[in-house]
Design a protein around this ligand. Structure first.
Ligand code: S3P
Length: 440
């Protein structure tokens, strides 16, 4: 897909959101379905796969390593697994676009292969920190060259003789945990990864779904190289991180009533619901069920009067991707909202603390960035204006939602990367009532 960095979103102010939609499939699970399906023996069928640039980066990487993959067609992907030792050396560097998950998880898997690989990405991805994975991988015996400042391109010299480690992660990161578990599938001895706070556990759940044992002892995930993956049927629920824009939108816009169908509500992902409820949101979980080892529900959200809170730090890793839109909720909430303990936001697709504070200030919101969070004095008027998403998909969608409570038109620059996670955003948002036009 081509990226038109000039894509603008133009929003007319006001309105309400009403209706029922299903947002696209979960990004984290879509990545993992390709990775594990490729390493499995037999044919894996995936439904609900996210057809967006990030997940396609992973899919194309495995195609380049000799895996036959059909689709996605209507969210269906068929993967002809090559088994744990069946990947082939790609002919070219693997270009992973904007996708941090692809790069960090693949670095673990590829460290253990009997061939060398090079991982590259776009400007944002090639400025993100990779030592958080290359350092623990080096302890396992991996040989990875980064750029001098620890960023990609990564030159991985495959080493089939990795050794397991017992690793306490200095940061709560599901990407680091997953990277080490994937390396641990190939390493001698036992690999134990301990997280300082709970993070999304889709890798562990899906490995078990493919019949590969991963043990859990408290905060530690444990894996060794004795297992094998057997093909599975994967049903990917809708991405709560995409649903989040409408959870906030329908909460802040008057007269709103929205139902988001079939959303994944894995407890390691539902921090956004907990935080919004603490702020006074009216969100109901309907029709709760379990699909393919993951909990799912329909989420009904109606307008509510929100108030500012001090966001509990233990909820931060459970809502890590939702802070851009939670800042918009805070701007609409009466009183002060304080976020701390969220330094990681500075190394996402953009510096989400700085970029959101800059944009909110342009719209007249009292938003003060801090080293590890933000202080927002909410409830005042939100104006119109021109803000820059810095090519960060979630920033572009968050400022779109802010228009529901703005007093003037909002223009958002550099929105093409919405296609990395949620290509249908504009269409679904308009369907619910957002007055959004896309200018290329
Ligand atoms: C992800 C983990 C999180 C999250 C990212 C997806 C994953 O990153 O922000 O969007 O799929 O494992 P960190 O591990 O850096 O927190």
């Amino acid at each position: 897909m081509t990226m038109t960095h000039g894509t603008l979103f133009k929003l007319q102010p006001g309105g309400s959101l009403q209706g029922e939609i299903r947002v696209p499939g979960d990004k984290s699970m879509s990545h993992r379905s390709i990775m594990l399906g490729s390493l499995a023996e037999g044919v894996t069928r995936v439904r609900g796969f996210l057809n967006a640039e990030d997940a396609i980066s992973t899919l194309e990487a495995f195609r380049a390593m000799g895996v036959q993959i059909e689709g996605p067609v209507n969210g269906e992907v068929t993967i002809h697994g090559v088994g744990k030792h069946g990947l082939k050396q790609p002919e070219k560097p693997l270009y992973l676009g904007n996708s941090g998950t692809s790069m960090r998880l693949l670095s673990g898997l590829l460290s253990a292969q009997p061939f060398d690989t090079v991982l590259t990405g776009d400007k944002s991805l090639e400025s993100r920190p990779m030592r958080r994975v290359t350092e623990p991988l080096a302890l396992m015996g991996a040989r990875i060259e980064t750029q001098p400042n620890g960023t990609a391109p990564l030159h991985i010299h495959g080493n089939p003789d990795l050794q397991g480690i017992d690793y306490l992660m200095p940061i709560a990161s599901a990407q680091v945990k997953s990277c080490l578990l994937l390396a641990g599938m190939f390493a001698g001895g036992v690999t134990r990864v301990t997280e300082p706070a709970p993070t999304r556990d889709h890798t562990e759940r899906m490995l078990n779904g493919f019949g590969y044992p991963v043990q859990r002892e408290g905060a530690t995930a444990i894996i060794d190289n004795s297992g094998k993956l057997t093909s599975a049927e994967i049903d990917v629920p809708s991405d709560i991180s995409s649903a989040a824009f409408f959870l906030v939108g329908a909460s802040i816009a008057p007269d709103s009533d929205v139902t988001l169908r079939h959303v994944g509500i894995n407890p390691t992902r539902t921090g956004v619901i907990d935080i919004l409820r603490l702020m006074g949101a009216n969100i109901e979980l309907l029709n709760q069920r379990e699909v393919g080892g993951e909990p799912v529900a329909d989420l009904r959200v109606r307008s509510a009067v929100l108030h500012g809170i001090e966001i509990p730090e233990d909820l931060v890793p459970l809502a890590i991707d939702e802070f851009p839109v939670l800042f918009v909720a805070a701007a609409c909430a009466g009183g002060r909202t304080v976020l701390t303990g969220a330094k990681e936001l500075r190394v996402k697709e953009s510096d989400r603390i700085q970029v959101m504070a800059d944009g909110l200030q342009i719209l007249g919101v009292d938003a003060q960035p801090t080293e590890d969070g933000m202080i927002i004095q909410g409830g005042g008027p939100i104006g119109g204006g021109e803000v820059d998403s810095h090519g960060d998909h979630r920033i572009a969608m968050s400022f779109s939602i802010a228009a529901l409570r703005a007093g003037g038109e909002i223009t958002i620059k550099d929105c093409a990367n919405v296609n990395t996670s949620f290509p249908e955003f504009a269409q679904l948002a308009r369907h619910l009532g957002l007055q959004l036009s896309v200018l290329k």
